[in-house]
Write a new protein. Structure first.
Length: 447
């Protein structure tokens, strides 16, 4: 009898209600208590579920990170094709309602190897989750997307922007780019930044939106934050819930392991990305990065031999006439970084930024240095903002002609060419994937 139950329990989990009917016919002589046990097992097993599509985060030659979201679980087990298994336990005090976000990191993997990941609720029966491949040292053409200012209606916050369309993510999902850089304001807290649980709730509701979930699942994802997914508008280092914000942000993005801070670096072939935190130590234009982060950035740039070095920041980086937040306006930090780049002859630097609710490309010519570019891409779905044609910003002499675009957009950056003759192709695309403008930058011109 026990063996029969084991067989049928396995079938029920695999095949559902249809098997229950067959179970009833074959177990008609079983006791009422056994039937109740079977029913309880079925309902419990089916209550546990994966509720958002998983996605792949940071990946190296020997490491893969994946993110997923579960509901009504006690414990989740995730296993890779090398039979490495990680377990994650639901703890009510750390979670919102019955949801369990999972960031799963597998290391000690083989280079250039495909891995298949599965999940289980009992560490016996496993189901397909996602597949991913570790990196290698080969150099070839690749591309990635970038964007910022993604308003996603999740309830009461919908009043901020009624009728918001998320269709742009369908076009981004179809793009052949290898990965995505989220450049801040990846969601918009309303008043829910004021507690850990409400921050969790907002992030979970965002991930339950099908267009968001489907896009995340389509390619690798990396993220930094800006003010609206950190706290309130223009919030800085004095924001009293910043530790909670950091905790929640790190639960929902599978970035490289970075401990108690929110900046990091990663490589993709012959390019290196320096992902900055412009909020945690922000002092209202006096300081954006803080001494520790700025020292880390300088040392990381010094150690890098990447062809292109992308410095990614939530606020705009290079805009001398900006009337809003801008790294250039810190003066001391900006000048210190530029002096360091000059002194050590660091080549290949490009800035990527968001925040401004329009797209554009800035070009700054510092004395005794190659041109510095700042590619700003914004907004994905939040309100676009048009500059007055009489404003100094609209007539900014540092703006590359023809690149200002005051509507929904995202960026695509392609790295092309032979290892000794690489170029970076910047594209701004509208909310239907149409290319608005293209600008090429040769690696040899950034030396």
């Amino acid at each position: 009898m026990i063996n029969k139950f084991k067989k049928f329990l396995k079938q029920v989990q695999d095949d559902g209600v249809a098997v229950l009917c067959r179970c009833h016919a074959e177990l008609v002589s079983a006791s009422k208590s056994c039937c109740l046990i079977l029913f309880f097992y079925y309902t419990t097993a089916n209550a546990q579920q994966l509720v958002s599509q998983p996605f792949v985060g940071h990946t190296t030659k020997n490491e893969i990170n994946i993110w997923c979201l579960f509901k009504d679980v006690d414990t989740v087990y995730i296993k890779n094709s090398d039979n490495q298994t990680k377990s994650f336990i639901y703890k009510k005090e750390n979670c919102y309602k019955s949801y369990l976000p999972v960031n799963c990191r597998f290391d000690a993997l083989q280079e250039n190897q495909s891995y298949h990941f599965q999940y289980s609720f009992n560490n016996i029966d496993f189901f397909p989750l996602i597949s991913a491949k570790t990196n290698n040292d080969s150099i070839s053409n690749f591309s990635f997307l970038a964007g910022s200012c993604a308003f996603v209606p999740t309830g009461a916050n919908a009043m901020m922007k009624p009728g918001t369309s998320l269709a742009i993510f369908d076009y981004m999902k179809k793009d052949s780019a290898n990965f995505m850089l989220w450049l801040g304001d990846n969601l918009y807290y309303l008043l829910d930044y004021r507690s850990y649980k409400t921050q969790l709730k907002h992030n979970i509701k965002t991930r339950l939106k099908t267009p968001i979930s489907a896009f995340l699942n389509s390619k690798q994802q990396y993220a930094i934050w800006d003010d609206h997914d950190y706290g309130s508008d223009n919030s800085d280092g004095t924001f009293k819930h910043k530790e909670s914000s950091l905790n929640v942000f790190q639960q929902f993005w599978s970035n490289p392991k970075n401990g108690t801070h929110n900046y990091y670096t990663f490589h993709q072939q012959d390019c290196q990305f320096f992902m900055l935190d412009d909020r945690y130590n922000n002092e209202k234009d006096k300081t954006v990065l803080g001494k520790t982060q700025l020292d880390w950035l300088k040392e990381s740039l010094l150690q890098s031999n990447a062809t292109f070095k992308f410095i990614c920041i939530g606020m705009q980086a290079l805009n001398p006439v900006s009337y809003l937040e801008c790294f250039y306006k810190t003066e001391k930090e900006y000048k210190e970084l530029i002096a360091f780049i000059k002194e050590h002859r660091i080549s290949g630097i490009l800035f990527l930024s968001g925040d401004r609710h329009h797209g554009e490309l800035m070009k700054i010519q510092e004395p005794n240095l190659y041109p510095l570019y700042d590619f700003t891409t914004s907004p994905l779905t939040m309100y676009p903002i048009k500059l007055s044609t009489k404003s100094s910003e609209y007539n900014n002499p540092n703006k590359v002609a023809g690149t200002y675009f005051p509507s929904y957009n995202y960026g695509k950056i392609s790295i092309e060419g032979e290892p000794k003759n690489r170029k970076c192709v910047l594209e701004l695309k509208d909310n239907k994937g149409k290319t608005i403008w293209t600008h090429e930058i040769l690696a040899k011109d950034l030396k």
